[in-house]
Structure formats: C-alpha cells, structure tokens
Design a protein around this ligand. Structure first.
Ligand code: FE2
Length: 302
C-alpha cells in the first residue's frame, strides 16, 4: 500500500500558489500523507519562502498529523496546555458553542511559546470542526516587518535583546474583567518553565533564508533586556503597530480539510474570537525547536 501511495505521489503534480504578494501560500492537489522526498523538499522550500502554508483538502487522523509534523523536526510537547489524552503531542484547540463571551486561546498576537529557551519552530493546525462563519486566523510577517524598518531604527534594534515570559499570558487570562475563562482548552498557570523570563534577540536570524525577523510579541514579551517594562513600552508598542499593519498581514479563512503550517521564527498569529454560539475544533502539533540567535555565528541548536 505504501509503495502504491508513493508511486502515485511521485507522478502527481500539485500547485503552490502565493496567497499574498509578500508571504503565505496555498498548496492544492497534495495529500500530505503521501509526501515523498521530492514533494517534501518542495514543501520545505515553499515553507522557507512563504512562512505560512495552507494545504487544502486534508483528511488526517491525529497519528497522520503527527507523522506529517515529524518530517519537519521532533514533535515538541509544550507547557501550559493540556493535550489530548491519547496523543500527548496533540492539543485540541476547542471552543464549544455554549462558551460565549469568554477569552479564547491565542486571541492576542503571538509566536507560539516564544518564552521557552528553544521555542517551537513550526506549528501545524488541522481543521476538525469549523463554525459556519468567523474563527479566522491572522498572520503578521515579521521578516517583512523587519525589512520595512528605517535603517536607523533597525540599527538601533540590532544587538538588543527582549525578555519573554509565559507569565503575562496567564495574568491576561486571569484578568478578563466581565469575561469568563475559556473552558475547553485547559491552561495551567503557575508552570515554572512558563513563568521564567528569558532573553531572545530582538532581531532574530532566520537560519533557512539568512534574513532577520522582529522577534517580539505583545502576548509574551515583557520588556527590553536591561530596561524596565515602562521604558520599553513605547518602542515595543510602536513595533507591534508597525508589524501588524494590514499590508504586512494575511488572513486564513478556514475551509473544511485545511491544514495550516507556519514558521514561528518569522510570523506572529492570532485567532479571531468572533464565532460565539458555534463549535470550533482544530488539532495542533508543534515540530522542531531551536535557540533564537541574532547572527549566524552565535551558538544555537539547529
Ligand atoms: Fe498560537
């Protein structure tokens, strides 16, 4: 069966179509269970070029999704979030129809688990159950944002480090005012690995392309290293506004069967919580990890 599948895959052609002029692309005509060496190399090249890929019309079990994800690096088990009982590497990103007026998982701009010493490189989301409207995922191109800075500001940021911590995410979730807490994604606060502050380069070297990305986000970044949060806030807020301006963003409007994959080194994302009254379920895996570096000569796990 496997032999038939790979020979079929070798003959098949699939299309990689840019979804916007700057980043993101859609892949059609490829069953990701059937990747062979050639198609996997094409997908990796597209990943490096476009930073966000949508594979249309996939029908994957959690095991299929894990097998696909492992092609891009070891599966990463993440702190904070309770995974599926039978698949500790898979998180169910779920909001039930009766969870209304609650804050949801991932609804602020972020790069997944950027506060870890080695944040996950790729995140992979598979649509299991979609609301009839809403529930899109937004992306911001942090390589594009870095390259759009003035030479003066870029030189100012070069060599600076920013601190990241999971703690503030827990604090935001706890401080939702009138809103309730989401129920369907179980988030544990007080995880010692999530709550520590870690320094990462403000301008992150993107190993596959040799370009640099802004590496800060309003969910996990607390301040510039060596500065107070108050001192840091003005410039960080400016950078977030700059990075999330419409021309540097792209919106994934989910279709049944979509498998979405992105490079956390190079983009931010957020989930739009605009589908109260409907159930939404996606399965998420994370693959590969590395220590963020500012220049290619710095040490880090490849
Ligand atoms: Fe996320």
């Amino acid at each position: 069966m496997d032999a038939i599948r790979s020979s079929v895959a070798a003959m098949a052609t699939f299309t990689i179509k840019p979804a916007a002029a700057t980043f993101s692309a859609t892949i059609e005509g490829l069953d990701v269970r059937d990747l062979d060496g050639e198609s996997e190399a094409a997908v990796m090249q597209a990943m490096d070029t476009y930073r966000v890929l949508v594979f249309r019309n996939q029908d994957l079990t959690p095991d299929d999704q894990k097998r696909f994800s492992e092609r891009f690096g070891p599966l990463v088990r993440v702190p904070y979030v309770k995974p599926l009982d039978d698949h500790p590497e898979v998180i169910a990103v779920l909001k039930e129809a009766d969870e209304v007026n609650v804050s949801t998982f991932g609804s602020w701009w972020h790069s997944d688990f950027s506060y870890l010493e080695e944040p996950p490189t790729y995140s992979i989301l598979h649509a299991r159950e979609l609301p009839p409207v809403g529930g899109d995922t937004l992306f911001a191109d942090m390589i594009g944002a870095c390259e759009a800075l003035s030479p003066g500001l870029r030189a100012t940021l070069d060599g600076l480090k920013v601190m990241h911590s999971g703690h503030i995410y827990g604090a935001k979730l706890a401080d939702t005012g009138e809103q309730g807490r989401m129920r369907s994604v179980e988030v544990a606060t007080g995880d010692p690995d999530a709550d520590v502050e870690r320094a990462h380069p403000m301008l992150r070297y993107h190993r596959p392309t040799g370009r640099h990305a802004l590496f800060a986000n309003p969910t996990y970044t607390t301040r510039f290293a060596g500065m107070t949060p108050d001192e840091s806030k003005g410039l960080l807020d400016y950078l977030y506004t700059h990075a999330t301006q419409p021309r540097l963003t792209w919106r994934q409007v989910w279709q049944p069967g979509d498998l979405l994959m992105w490079d956390n080194r190079a983009v931010l994302h957020l989930a739009v919580n605009d589908y109260d009254g409907y159930r939404r379920l996606l399965h998420r895996t994370t693959a590969g990890s590395e220590i963020p570096i500012g220049t290619p000569d710095q040490q880090g796990t490849a």
